[in-house]
Design a protein around this ligand. Structure first.
Ligand code: MN
Length: 379
């Protein structure tokens, strides 16, 4: 039996996690849930899974929830869940959006919880520190992202030194068939129509801008300890090949599957087993055609910026993430245009961060400073 704590339970990954684990009542027990603004859904999840601890976003939400569970709220509440103790093997599923995911991940690792990570910003902002903490506290960190789950499965049993490169696939997002000049007046409604995956707003915008793929390159670097020059990306419209690994002898392994996040979620929670599933659809190969095209860094500059920030290391990925997060927030509020997102990110990855000490407090401080500064320009 594994005890699960799900942060961001009402979001896309959170609800899909609960949906899939509900099929395995003897394997998983839901101990903690953090809820967002949708309290009606939150109440449904509480009634169905009976957690022992629940975190709501605002203090005022506490009275709106009926439960016998311990209730906490806000950022401090997320930490409380991360530090809660139960008697079985514990796994914290971090499905929070954006930089808010970092502190709870750290608190959970220090409380000896294993991590199933959907919040890629955690590794983008502090991959080096997280890896160190995972090792020190003897816990595991499993990726939930479909591309990283694919790579993880491809390298299983292989010798690290035999790997030539990782090849991360990208669907291309909602604007994959538009030229740059056609992006000038696109709206958030256009951007939110992803061709293959049903996801939350932030990640769908990040997919349209290709920032998401950039984050995934950084995430892969930290998860698999592979240099940036040995991580490449390719456009693959069908989202059936979830990623590939090329070996020194030119042999390539790929992982294929239906585009359904419940598959990588289940693998992250069941590793090293591939468990039998009831309500997932088999991938029918007959009649499928797979396409692979160049993913242009001129067409998608945010991808180039991610490599640049990743290679520079230190605070550059922090700045990349913070500027993007604030810019996407403003775009979703109709305050800036789509192409302004990359302009804002460019500005912040070209500042100098060399005089700051590299530690978690400074990372969180810089993130806050950059986001506040950017949002303040558009009030
Ligand atoms: Mn992904």
């Amino acid at each position: 039996m594994k005890d699960l704590y799900i942060l961001g339970a009402c979001g896309s990954i959170g609800t899909q996690t609960l949906d899939i684990i509900a099929n395995y009542p003897n394997e998983f027990r839901v101990v903690g849930l953090s809820l967002g603004r949708d309290l009606k859904l939150g109440q449904e999840l509480i009634d169905k899974f009976h957690p022992e601890i629940v975190c709501v976003r605002e203090k005022s939400h506490i009275n709106q929830i009926r439960t016998n569970a311990k209730i906490c709220y806000g950022d401090a509440g997320l930490i409380e869940i991360a530090q809660y103790k139960s008697s079985n093997e514990e796994v914290l599923v971090n499905a929070l959006v954006g930089s808010s995911g970092l502190k709870p991940t750290i608190a959970a690792i220090k409380a000896k919880k294993n991590i199933a990570l959907a919040n890629k910003e955690t590794l983008v902002m502090a991959g080096e520190i997280i890896n160190k903490l995972v090792k020190e506290n003897d816990v595991y960190l499993h990726p939930i992202d479909s591309e990283h789950s694919a790579i993880w499965q491809c390298i299983r049993g292989e010798d690290r030194s035999d790997i030539k490169r990782l090849i991360i696939t990208a669907s291309g997002g909602s604007f994959r068939d538009k030229k740059r000049e056609e992006l000038i007046d696109v709206t958030k409604e256009d951007a939110l129509k992803h061709p293959n995956w049903k996801m939350g707003a932030k990640i769908t915008i990040d997919s349209a801008s290709m920032m998401n793929k950039g984050f995934e390159v950084i995430e892969a670097h930290f998860l698999f300890d592979i240099p940036y020059d040995n991580i490449s990306t390719v456009m693959h419209r069908e989202s059936i090949v979830h990623s590939l690994v090329e070996f020194n002898d030119t042999s390539i392994k790929a992982n294929l599957g239906t585009p359904d996040m419940r598959i990588p979620i289940l693998y992250a929670l069941s590793y090293p087993r591939h468990v039998k599933t009831k309500n997932l659809t088999d991938l029918m190969l007959e009649g499928k055609t797979l396409h692979f095209e160049t993913l242009s860094q001129e067409r998608f500059p945010l991808l180039a910026y991610a490599y640049e920030a990743g290679k520079k290391g230190g605070f550059y990925p922090v700045a990349l993430n913070a500027a993007n997060e604030a810019a996407v927030y403003l775009f979703l509020q109709d305050k800036i245009k789509f192409l302004d997102i990359e302009k804002i990110v460019y500005e912040y990855i070209n500042k100098d961060y060399s005089n700051i000490d590299y530690n978690i407090d400074e990372i969180i401080e810089l993130d806050k400073k950059i986001q506040t500064e950017i949002k303040r320009r558009f009030v």
